[in-house]
Design a protein around this ligand. Sequence first.
Ligand code: HEC
Length: 161
Amino acid sequence: MIRTLSAFALVGALLLASGHASWAQAPAQAVKDRLEIMKSLWPQYYQDMARSVRSDSPDLALVATKATQADAALKKAATLFPAGTGREAVPTTRAKPEIWSQRADFEKAMAALIAENNAMAEAAKSGNVAAVKAQWPKLAEACGGCHGGPPKSGGKFRFEE
Ligand code: HEC
Protein backbone atom coordinates (compact mmCIF):
# COMPACT_ATOMS: atom_id res chain seq x y z
CA MET A 1 0.00 0.00 0.00
CA ILE A 2 2.73 2.39 0.98
CA ARG A 3 4.58 1.33 -2.11
CA THR A 4 1.59 2.09 -4.35
CA LEU A 5 1.15 5.46 -2.72
CA SER A 6 4.73 6.45 -3.20
CA ALA A 7 4.57 5.26 -6.80
CA PHE A 8 1.60 7.57 -7.30
CA ALA A 9 3.46 10.37 -5.60
CA LEU A 10 6.41 9.82 -7.88
CA VAL A 11 4.26 9.86 -11.01
CA GLY A 12 2.53 12.99 -9.74
CA ALA A 13 5.83 14.70 -9.09
CA LEU A 14 7.07 13.79 -12.56
CA LEU A 15 3.92 15.14 -14.17
CA LEU A 16 4.23 18.34 -12.22
CA ALA A 17 7.87 18.67 -13.12
CA SER A 18 7.29 18.12 -16.83
CA GLY A 19 4.31 20.46 -16.77
CA HIS A 20 6.47 23.07 -15.15
CA ALA A 21 9.26 22.59 -17.65
CA SER A 22 6.97 23.19 -20.62
CA TRP A 23 5.63 26.33 -18.95
CA ALA A 24 9.14 27.63 -18.52
CA GLN A 25 10.00 26.81 -22.11
CA ALA A 26 6.93 28.21 -23.87
CA PRO A 27 7.68 31.94 -23.44
CA ALA A 28 11.28 31.47 -24.62
CA GLN A 29 10.00 29.63 -27.68
CA ALA A 30 7.50 32.40 -28.48
CA VAL A 31 10.28 35.00 -28.25
CA LYS A 32 12.56 32.91 -30.46
CA ASP A 33 9.85 32.34 -33.06
CA ARG A 34 8.72 35.97 -33.22
CA LEU A 35 12.30 37.22 -33.51
CA GLU A 36 12.95 34.75 -36.30
CA ILE A 37 9.97 36.10 -38.23
CA MET A 38 10.78 39.77 -37.51
CA LYS A 39 14.36 39.29 -38.62
CA SER A 40 13.23 37.52 -41.80
CA LEU A 41 10.89 40.32 -42.95
CA TRP A 42 13.52 42.47 -44.62
CA PRO A 43 15.86 39.81 -46.10
CA GLN A 44 13.13 37.37 -47.13
CA TYR A 45 10.36 39.64 -48.40
CA TYR A 46 10.92 43.37 -48.38
CA GLN A 47 14.47 43.64 -49.69
CA ASP A 48 13.56 42.14 -53.08
CA MET A 49 10.27 44.03 -53.05
CA ALA A 50 12.05 47.33 -52.39
CA ARG A 51 14.57 46.74 -55.13
CA SER A 52 11.82 45.98 -57.60
CA VAL A 53 9.54 48.83 -56.55
CA ARG A 54 12.38 51.34 -56.92
CA SER A 55 13.40 50.12 -60.36
CA ASP A 56 12.14 51.65 -63.59
CA SER A 57 10.18 48.53 -64.47
CA PRO A 58 9.08 46.79 -61.27
CA ASP A 59 8.48 43.06 -61.45
CA LEU A 60 4.88 43.11 -60.24
CA ALA A 61 4.56 39.33 -60.10
CA LEU A 62 7.50 39.22 -57.70
CA VAL A 63 6.04 42.04 -55.61
CA ALA A 64 2.69 40.23 -55.38
CA THR A 65 4.36 36.95 -54.43
CA LYS A 66 6.54 38.53 -51.76
CA ALA A 67 3.59 40.41 -50.27
CA THR A 68 1.51 37.24 -50.17
CA GLN A 69 4.32 35.35 -48.44
CA ALA A 70 4.87 38.21 -46.01
CA ASP A 71 1.15 38.17 -45.15
CA ALA A 72 1.45 34.65 -43.76
CA ALA A 73 4.56 35.57 -41.77
CA LEU A 74 2.94 38.69 -40.31
CA LYS A 75 -0.20 36.83 -39.30
CA LYS A 76 1.92 34.22 -37.59
CA ALA A 77 3.97 36.91 -35.82
CA ALA A 78 0.74 38.47 -34.53
CA THR A 79 0.04 35.26 -32.58
CA LEU A 80 3.49 35.18 -30.94
CA PHE A 81 3.02 37.91 -28.33
CA PRO A 82 0.89 36.14 -25.72
CA ALA A 83 0.77 37.54 -22.18
CA GLY A 84 3.64 36.29 -20.03
CA THR A 85 6.32 36.56 -22.73
CA GLY A 86 7.86 39.86 -21.62
CA ARG A 87 11.11 40.41 -19.71
CA GLU A 88 9.61 38.96 -16.54
CA ALA A 89 9.80 35.57 -18.30
CA VAL A 90 12.50 36.06 -20.96
CA PRO A 91 15.11 38.66 -19.92
CA THR A 92 16.59 38.97 -23.42
CA THR A 93 13.39 40.03 -25.17
CA ARG A 94 13.04 43.62 -26.36
CA ALA A 95 9.27 43.44 -26.12
CA LYS A 96 8.03 46.23 -23.83
CA PRO A 97 5.28 45.81 -21.22
CA GLU A 98 3.21 48.29 -23.27
CA ILE A 99 2.48 45.42 -25.67
CA TRP A 100 0.23 44.00 -22.98
CA SER A 101 -0.80 47.12 -21.06
CA GLN A 102 -1.84 48.91 -24.29
CA ARG A 103 -2.94 45.86 -26.19
CA ALA A 104 -5.44 47.60 -28.46
CA ASP A 105 -2.74 49.98 -29.75
CA PHE A 106 -0.33 47.13 -30.32
CA GLU A 107 -2.90 45.14 -32.25
CA LYS A 108 -3.79 48.23 -34.26
CA ALA A 109 -0.14 48.67 -35.28
CA MET A 110 0.07 45.01 -36.32
CA ALA A 111 -3.24 45.19 -38.19
CA ALA A 112 -2.07 48.37 -39.97
CA LEU A 113 1.07 46.62 -41.19
CA ILE A 114 -0.94 43.63 -42.41
CA ALA A 115 -3.38 45.98 -44.19
CA GLU A 116 -0.62 48.01 -45.91
CA ASN A 117 1.11 44.80 -46.96
CA ASN A 118 -2.17 43.50 -48.32
CA ALA A 119 -2.73 46.76 -50.21
CA MET A 120 0.68 46.22 -51.81
CA ALA A 121 -0.34 42.73 -52.94
CA GLU A 122 -3.53 44.12 -54.46
CA ALA A 123 -1.75 47.01 -56.19
CA ALA A 124 0.77 44.58 -57.69
CA LYS A 125 -1.93 42.19 -58.85
CA SER A 126 -3.83 45.05 -60.50
CA GLY A 127 -0.77 45.73 -62.64
CA ASN A 128 -0.71 49.41 -61.66
CA VAL A 129 2.94 50.44 -61.35
CA ALA A 130 2.11 53.93 -60.05
CA ALA A 131 -0.07 52.42 -57.30
CA VAL A 132 2.71 50.01 -56.34
CA LYS A 133 5.23 52.83 -56.11
CA ALA A 134 2.82 54.93 -54.07
CA GLN A 135 2.11 52.04 -51.71
CA TRP A 136 5.75 51.33 -50.85
CA PRO A 137 6.34 54.23 -48.39
CA LYS A 138 3.06 53.45 -46.63
CA LEU A 139 4.11 49.86 -46.14
CA ALA A 140 7.59 50.83 -44.92
CA GLU A 141 6.11 53.37 -42.50
CA ALA A 142 3.85 50.72 -40.98
CA CYS A 143 6.96 49.11 -39.41
CA GLY A 144 7.31 52.41 -37.55
CA GLY A 145 4.03 51.80 -35.74
CA CYS A 146 6.19 49.71 -33.40
CA HIS A 147 9.73 50.63 -34.48
CA GLY A 148 9.43 54.41 -34.70
CA GLY A 149 11.93 56.94 -33.40
CA PRO A 150 15.69 57.38 -33.81
CA PRO A 151 17.72 54.30 -34.94
CA LYS A 152 18.59 52.72 -31.60
CA SER A 153 15.47 53.74 -29.74
CA GLY A 154 13.13 50.81 -29.71
CA GLY A 155 9.92 52.70 -30.37
CA LYS A 156 6.71 52.44 -28.47
CA PHE A 157 6.67 48.68 -28.12
CA ARG A 158 10.34 47.71 -28.06
CA PHE A 159 13.12 48.38 -25.55
CA GLU A 160 16.06 50.32 -26.94
CA GLU A 161 19.19 48.42 -27.96
C1 HEC B 1 2.95 45.50 -34.01
C2 HEC B 1 4.31 45.87 -33.69
C3 HEC B 1 5.42 45.65 -34.70
C4 HEC B 1 5.43 45.98 -36.04
C5 HEC B 1 4.35 46.69 -36.83
C6 HEC B 1 6.72 45.57 -36.54
N1 HEC B 1 7.47 45.02 -35.53
FE1 HEC B 1 9.37 44.34 -35.68
N2 HEC B 1 9.36 43.88 -33.68
C7 HEC B 1 8.33 44.14 -32.79
C8 HEC B 1 8.73 43.77 -31.45
C9 HEC B 1 7.90 43.92 -30.19
C10 HEC B 1 10.04 43.27 -31.55
C11 HEC B 1 10.90 42.70 -30.42
C12 HEC B 1 10.48 41.26 -30.15
C13 HEC B 1 11.24 40.64 -29.00
O1 HEC B 1 12.40 41.05 -28.72
O2 HEC B 1 10.69 39.72 -28.39
C14 HEC B 1 10.41 43.37 -32.97
C15 HEC B 1 11.65 42.98 -33.48
C16 HEC B 1 12.07 43.20 -34.78
C17 HEC B 1 13.38 42.90 -35.28
C18 HEC B 1 14.51 42.23 -34.50
C19 HEC B 1 15.49 43.25 -34.02
C20 HEC B 1 15.51 43.33 -32.54
O3 HEC B 1 16.55 42.98 -31.96
O4 HEC B 1 14.51 43.75 -31.93
C21 HEC B 1 13.42 43.27 -36.60
C22 HEC B 1 14.61 43.18 -37.57
C23 HEC B 1 12.11 43.80 -36.94
N3 HEC B 1 11.31 43.75 -35.81
C24 HEC B 1 11.74 44.26 -38.18
C25 HEC B 1 10.47 44.74 -38.53
C26 HEC B 1 10.09 45.18 -39.86
C27 HEC B 1 11.00 45.19 -41.08
C28 HEC B 1 8.78 45.57 -39.77
C29 HEC B 1 7.90 46.08 -40.87
C30 HEC B 1 7.84 45.30 -42.08
C31 HEC B 1 8.37 45.38 -38.37
N4 HEC B 1 9.41 44.86 -37.67
C32 HEC B 1 7.13 45.71 -37.88
C33 HEC B 1 7.11 44.68 -33.12
C34 HEC B 1 6.71 45.08 -34.38
